[in-house]
Design a protein around this ligand. Structure first.
Ligand SMILES: NC(=O)c1ccc[n+]([C@@H]2O[C@H](COP(=O)([O-])OP(=O)(O)OC[C@H]3O[C@@H](n4cnc5c(N)ncnc54)[C@H](O)[C@@H]3O)[C@@H](O)[C@H]2O)c1
Length: 359
């Protein structure tokens, strides 16, 4: 019989509950510890979630000193770096919530820690587990589109700005570009096999967030609510990436891939003020191509499924730890996204194109 897994949860807020629910469905996993930096909060969480076997700690370092195989890191973005590096160096396998980090330098240090220790760092992008995301990747990488030379991704909410830690530069790092942009970037980059970025030219603004007419915390709003960027990659490929948390427009358009033989258009699912940006589910997929001398388009049938994508990501992590498999969504891959977002912020500030330096 294979070994039971001992799992710890670092950060006992909202998303930690989804991790607990997912681990509970895995018969080979025991949640043995929970830690939160607010004294007593982990204890409350253990009690309210009825984790009778779990110990509660007021520091992630105390948790990491225990004989635990893997941890889910469910802290706010600003704490991802410290807790992840400490966990990897303590010999734990890590499932880290998105986005990876606040800065590129942090992400770099995190991937270095994973490489040096040989421990796993996987980033929790659950939309990857949608079979339609896999289908999209399969189509783009099959060569059916020919050479892909242009992609466009992102989208916009007409009105959908968060508050609290999300609008603090120090705590969130970036605004809309990182918060919802990380999902859009992952969709496009994953489909194209995470090409290597070279330069970025970007513009960002925050006309809505800083206006009390539109945001209740306008005086505290420090990040961008809109951004657009042209990212240049190796092999003559460019990506137009645009995101808004708020705008006077219904849509910023679809995600698309232009290839020499065919084009592929993806629309987001969902409706309402917080939709209109690709942040998780595929609404439609259409291929544009020429057949028998004429233009035609084919609606790609979407795969119907009842998967709980969050459960899938937690299961994949746990099975990877148990089976000694590599990270399902490696930090080294998501580092590329962080480099792009970092480049976006630098370029917007400098008002010119900047180079993206990757190790
Ligand atoms: N994948 C998803 O669908 C999804 C959804 C929501 C949130 N998230 C991500 O999950 C993370 C947490 O979000 P949340 O909504 O649960 O936040 P939250 O504020 O509800 O909970 C975070 C908890 O972490 C604790 N904490 C902070 N620093 C800590 C440290 N150093 N050690 C231990 N505990 C610490 C806080 O006290 C708090 O209890 C964020 O990075 C967010 O982007 C992902």
């Amino acid at each position: 019989m294979s070994k039971r897994l001992k799992i710890g949860i670092i950060g006992s807020g909202g998303i930690a509950k989804a991790h607990v629910a997912a681990y509970r469905k895995l018969p080979f996993v025991d949640i043995v510890a929970v830690a939160d930096v607010i004294p007593g909060k982990a204890r409350q969480f253990v009690d309210s979630e009825q984790l009778t076997e779990a110990a509660a700690y007021d520091s992630h370092l105390e948790l990491l000193a225990q004989p635990i195989d893997g941890v889910s890191i469910c802290t706010p973005n600003v704490s991802h770096h410290r807790t992840t590096v400490d966990a990897l160096r303590a010999g734990k396998q890590v499932l880290l919530e998105k986005p990876m980090s606040v800065t590129f330098e942090e992400a770099l240090e995190m991937t270095q820690a994973a490489r040096e220790t040989g421990n796993m760092l996987t980033i929790g992008f659950q939309p990857r587990y949608d079979p339609n995301m896999k289908l999209l990747q399969e189509i783009v990488q099959s060569g059916r589109l020919g050479k892909v030379y242009y992609a466009e991704t992102g989208g916009g909410r007409r009105r959908g700005m968060p508050g609290g830690t999300f609008i603090s530069k120090k705590l969130a790092g970036a605004g809309a570009m990182a918060d919802i942009g990380c999902y859009s970037l992952d969709m496009a980059l994953n489909a194209m096999g995470y090409p290597r970025p070279l330069t970025v030219s970007a513009f960002t603004s925050n006309h809505f967030g800083t206006n009390p007419k539109y945001h209740g915390e306008a005086s505290k709003f420090e990040v961008e609510d809109f951004g657009t960027a042209m990212v240049r990659f190796e092999n003559d490929l460019v990506l137009n990436f645009k995101i808004s948390w708020a705008m006077h427009m219904d849509s910023l358009g679809a995600t698309m891939f232009l290839g020499t033989d065919a084009g592929l258009k993806i629309t987001s699912a969902g409706s309402g003020p917080w939709s209109g940006v690709w942040d998780g589910s595929i609404g439609s997929m259409t291929m544009f191509h020429d057949e028998y001398g004429g233009h035609t388009q084919t609606a790609i049938p979407l795969i119907e499924h009842r998967l709980n994508l969050f459960d899938e990501k937690v299961r994949d992590f746990a099975e990877a730890v148990q089976g000694g498999r590599p990270a399902p969504i490696p930090g080294e891959q998501i580092l590329i996204q962080q480099a792009i977002i970092d480049g976006v912020l630098r370029s917007a500030e400098a008002r010119r194109e900047v180079a993206i330096e990757l190790p």
